[in-house]
Design a protein. Structure first.
Length: 667
DNA sequence: CGTCTCCAGGTTTTT
DNA sequence: CCTGGAGACG
């Protein structure tokens, strides 16, 4: 397909797309066609004969990566198997898989998520002699992450914590595991310590693009700088920086200006997404922030509906009202359900909305929330697979050693830990030692239990590593440990819960099946699968999303747009979030940016809901509207009026809808 | 020594 | 309201 770039793009966009040699900084306001620029830019490079394998496009979320890859494929009409579009973390995994041996890990390393990490920190704290009450695991986790990403040092920190930290680092290595920070930090270390490796990657990825640059951390910036020669393009918007709590630092935009003084700079300010009503509101909200790169968005879509405010009595009412309005607008404006987005600040708010949608028979899709992979039953099975893949993984081993119950309880684990400590080996090795050496003091019964547990793991390691049909083998494993029996037993008074959990396990297995049968999947091994799912938080199964209302956090909504957007729970304490404000004063501005991101997701209509009361920990609390609401010029807003009476035609349409719903699947 | 039951405390956003 | 941890029971 031959693209007419000049036709398809405005002058600034064209500038950005065609400047493929040399450093380029694109400041792209919300809705200014940033994704379009990136995809066209990739297409332009390919057209100029640059091989796909030398292009590296990095984004922040899996969703964004997936979407970008898809769009480039659509625009070029090619499959592009060797084009690298991935998140920073996935890219780190890719490098580590090949290079981590240089730092003393083995390639079958485990990736620890936050739960695993906190568990390990807890163990290390206990080891170091902390009492569980005096030790705040969450705080330690954040501190450790800050230290690892070089945002903090040990100055002024209780030195007990530093000890725990070193213990933690040592334990990770001993277990052949890494945490999320390591996925970026270790590649950086490798590139610094092995210049020849760095050169190899530099030669390979000669054209680099980074999306959502305002969300990169210092560490990620380092990785980029080690990798990039001259052809590096970063795209960002300081006004949409909403990940500073995770180390994102929009100062990186300034760093970039310093490090690549010869750069070209393009600002995209024309907004094609929203009405001027919505843009004016957004502009005047963000104007309250200091220290920004000034750029007011301009839109050719004059006018537009006013921003409507709702004031439901409580969160239940809120859900019902939103559900009702969605149905009304859908009919009036002839929209599909997937053209609606309902945004919230925190995941726990999804619950009421989901219930309301269920009650109103509105199809919806939740992005985020308690992730599929965070569910206990799923984590259990995955822990088995991790231990099978990486026997030294003590955290996951402890997790499953007695799930389902097999007689290896607290005391036995303590004994085994003693053995491991005295020999300086992993728990798994300790188990093997106990099996092989009858002179180690150990209760006979438990020794037998340990032996059969080891036998199970070894048998399945053989199966899972050396043969095909991963899904079949995993099902066999689930059967072998009688996980179903365990679920029934563990949920004695709740058949439904047991069934539900088992269905989740089934769907996990089905997911493996689809994944390994995908013809584009070049490496359907257990390791590859584990690496992949470690980076997925959402349940990203390829479902048919069309025709479903989108329910998600504002963070998850970044980069997306909807014709009609609801911002629910727009109350003081929720946005800005009380906890964020406790942390520091810069956080008000970040919360404001978050609100700005939410507002700018809307194309046509924006509705904001403020509850009068909300239940918090089972206690109803009176709500105060978010202070950000006052930053919207009054003339742009109005209270929501009920839709006018439906015409006869429309009534007929409603009935048809209802009938369809009870017939087969409604659209 | 393993398992069951009760109780207290608490959760922002994501890789 | 749900989780995780500590104490009682068998």
């Amino acid at each position: 397909m031959q693209l007419d770039y000049e036709q398809e793009l405005n002058p600034e966009q064209y500038d950005a797309v065609t400047a493929i040699e040399g450093p380029l900084l694109i400041i792209a306001g919300a809705g200014s066609g940033k994704t379009r620029v990136i995809t066209f830019r990739a297409a332009y490079m390919l057209q100029k004969g640059i091989p796909q394998s030398s292009i590296l496009a990095l984004t922040f979320t899996n969703k964004a990566a997936k979407e970008m890859a898809e769009r480039v494929r659509t625009v070029t009409g090619k499959k592009l198997p060797n084009l690298t579009v991935s998140t920073f973390h996935a890219f780190g995994v890719k490098i580590l898989r090949k290079e981590i041996h240089r730092l003393g890990w083995r390639e079958n390393y485990s990736i620890y998520d936050e739960v695993d990490r906190n568990q390990l920190i807890k163990d290390c704290a206990r080891e170091t002699g902390f009492k569980l009450e005096t030790f705040d695991v969450n705080k330690a986790g954040m501190l450790f992450s800050d230290v690892k990403t070089e945002r903090k040092n040990w100055e002024g920190v209780d030195d007990g914590y530093e000890k725990v930290f070193h213990e933690y680092q040592a334990a990770l290595k001993a277990y052949n595991a890494v945490d999320f920070d390591d996925l970026i930090g270790l590649p950086v270390r490798i590139f610094q310590a092995f210049p020849e490796v760095r050169e190899e990657y530099r030669d390979h990825y000669r054209y680099i693009m980074i999306d959502e640059f305002q969300d990169t951390s210092l560490q990620q910036y380092q990785l980029m700088r080690l990798l990039a020669r001259d052809n590096v393009c970063v795209v960002g918007d300081d006004d949409q920086s909403i990940y500073s709590w995770r180390g994102a630092n929009y100062q990186n935009i300034i760093n970039f200006e310093k490090d690549w003084p010869r750069r070209k700079e393009v600002t995209l300010y024309r907004n094609y997404r929203s009405t001027t009503t919505i843009l004016d509101a957004a502009n005047s909200i963000i104007a309250n922030n200091t220290n920004r790169k000034l750029k007011d968005l301009r839109s050719p879509n004059e006018g537009g509906a006013q921003i409507e405010l709702l004031s439901p009595a409580n969160e239940l009412d809120e859900g019902e009202q939103i559900a009702t309005i969605i149905r009304e607008i859908k009919l009036k404006d002839k929209l599909r359900y997937d053209q609606f987005g309902v945004l919230i600040r925190t995941n726990n708010l999804t619950r009421y909305l989901e219930e309301a949608f269920l009650g109103a028979n509105i199809p919806y899709k939740v992005t985020g929330g308690t992730s599929f992979f965070g569910r206990k039953e799923i984590k259990d099975i995955i822990s088995y697979l991790r231990v099978i893949a990486n026997p030294e993984d003590d955290v996951n081993l402890i997790r499953i050693v007695n799930v389902p119950r097999r007689g290896i309880g607290r005391r036995s684990v303590e004994l085994l830990t003693d053995v491991a400590k005295s020999r300086g080996c992993s728990l798994r090795a300790a188990m093997e030692a106990v099996r092989g050496d009858p002179f180690i003091e150990f209760p006979d019964r438990t020794r037998q239990d340990v032996e059969s547990f080891l036998g199970l793991l070894e048998m399945f390691r053989e199966e899972l590593l050396h043969r095909r049909n991963l899904a079949v083998k995993v099902r066999k494993l689930v059967d072998a440990i009688d996980y179903w029996g365990y679920l029934v037993n563990d949920n004695q008074h709740n058949d439904k819960a047991a069934k539900w959990k088992f269905l989740n396990v089934e769907s996990l297995i089905k997911g493996i099946d689809t994944w390994e049968k995908d013809p584009d999947n070049l490496d359907p091994s257990l390791f590859a699968w584990l690496n992949r799912i470690s980076l997925i938080t959402r349940d990203d199964q390829e479902e048919d999303d069309t025709g479903k209302v989108n329910l998600m956090t504002i963070h998850a909504a970044k980069g997306l747009e909807f014709d009609v957007v609801f911002i629910a729970g727009c109350e003081d304490g929720i946005i800005p979030h009380a906890r964020a404000l406790e942390e520091g004063d810069g956080n008000v501005e970040e919360e404001r940016r978050l609100f700005y991101v939410a507002v700018t997701r809307a194309r046509q209509r924006l509705l904001i809901s403020v509850c009068q009361q909300r239940r918090r920990n089972a206690m109803p609390v009176n709500c105060v509207p978010s202070p950000f609401l006052a930053e919207i010029p009054e003339h742009l807003t109005c209270w929501r009026e009920p839709e006018s009476e439906l015409s006869e035609d429309e009534q007929a349409a409603v009935w048809q809808d209802v009938r369809k719903m009870f017939g087969k699947d409604a659209e």
